[in-house]
Design a protein around this ligand. Structure first.
Ligand SMILES: Nc1nc(=O)c2ncn([C@@H]3O[C@@H]4COP(=O)(O)O[C@H]5[C@@H](O)[C@H](n6cnc7c(N)ncnc76)O[C@@H]5COP(=O)(O)O[C@@H]3[C@@H]4O)c2[nH]1
Lengths: 195, 195
């Protein structure tokens, strides 16, 4: 089951590296956010990794591409610098680097809001696989809605069951085919729910 | 089909980023090796990325762990520094870093041999998933041999079909349950075949 497999791989191959403390030099995601807050003089109202999963599976290189062009009346995302990197030897690659990006949401009549967010990488990779006709025949018969549903359900379960990852990651489903929706607003709503 | 899906994800989520030129500042894997050769004053007899796929699915953090301890009569791997990093914005993560490791194989009565090699990361992630009893129920009924076979077969096909990746990646199957086998020797044999 593709969605379930992707969620397991994302959890064990990524979240497990970036969320918990490693007991040595990496103090964990929450600590990483606090270090950034002190260094940059900002505040993250919600100290979680927001993973944006889209209906199309696609995630642009930078989430700012989801902003509505020419609409200064709407909140919009802007990328800031990266949080402190995590460097570890993984499967033969020495000093493999895991890096998360801080974003600001600028609002027309309120102060900006900081958060750590990114796209759902395995789904974006699948999007690229399906676009590549050479590859897509290998995965014929795939149902995107089912994959997104299985990915989200399985990942939520895995995160909740893990004492070290629970409460540090927020999954945000975004219907990028709906032109009335603005990602920055969807993220602001979720932040308000969690504050 | 898990093995097929992993091969597609590894190809489209990794090999496509690190093997071809990106038409701008990254000149491709071959160029990357030549830069390293000039900088470090070494020669890579075979300028390919050697991906080591094991029977157990496990890849240690550094491939040197496959060396036979206390056997100075056998060739052994030693990790060197990394090749030049590739930095690109991917799925909302700004400046995500992709980095490959150069290794030397030291031989008891011959000069050392340089190569760029690593483990098959997606299989190592699956190994960790299966070890985690919370996750393994999600993937019950998995047959490791079948997964390795499907992963290798699919990946070989994808690499061969791609003009930009063809000839730049060598897949090496290593039966890590066979104590008579030494990974450094298996890699040397493959290098001799390809020289
Ligand atoms: N946002 C984000 N940042 C990261 O640094 C990162 N690293 C992994 N992942 C995602 O977690 C999952 C598990 O990763 P794994 O390493 O087993 O497979 C990876 C791995 O086998 C290989 N790969 C990707 N990046 C690297 C890398 N830098 N070095 C070696 N191998 C890599 O290609 C597979 C697919 O990668 P992505 O399709 O980018 O998404 C992965 C995957 O869904 C990441 N996601």
């Amino acid at each position: 089951n593709y969605g379930v497999g992707m969620a397991c791989s994302y959890f064990e191959g990524y979240l497990v590296h970036v969320l918990p403390s490693d007991g040595a030099k990496f103090f964990g995601f929450l600590e990483n956010i606090k270090i950034y807050e002190n260094r940059e003089g900002v505040v993250f109202p919600v100290k979680k990794l927001f993973v944006v999963v889209t209906k199309s599976l696609f995630s642009p290189p930078a989430l700012v591409e989801f902003n509505k062009t020419g609409r200064d009346d709407l909140p919009k995302l802007e990328a800031c610098s990266s949080l402190t990197e995590i460097e570890k030897d993984v499967a033969g690659v020495k000093n493999r680097i895991y890096r998360s990006t801080a974003y600001k949401i600028y609002r027309p009549s309120a102060p900006p809001v900081c958060l750590c967010t990114e796209g759902g990488t395995p789904l974006n990779t699948l999007y690229r696989v399906l676009k590549n006709s050479e590859l897509s025949e290998e995965l014929a018969g795939i149902n995107r809605e089912e994959i997104v549903h299985d990915f989200l359900t399985t990942l939520r379960k895995l995160i909740t069951k893990s004492p070290e990852c629970r409460g540090k990651c927020e999954l945000v489903y975004f219907d990028d085919s709906n032109r009335d929706l603005n990602l920055a607003d969807v993220l602001l709503d979720r932040i308000r729910e969690l504050e």
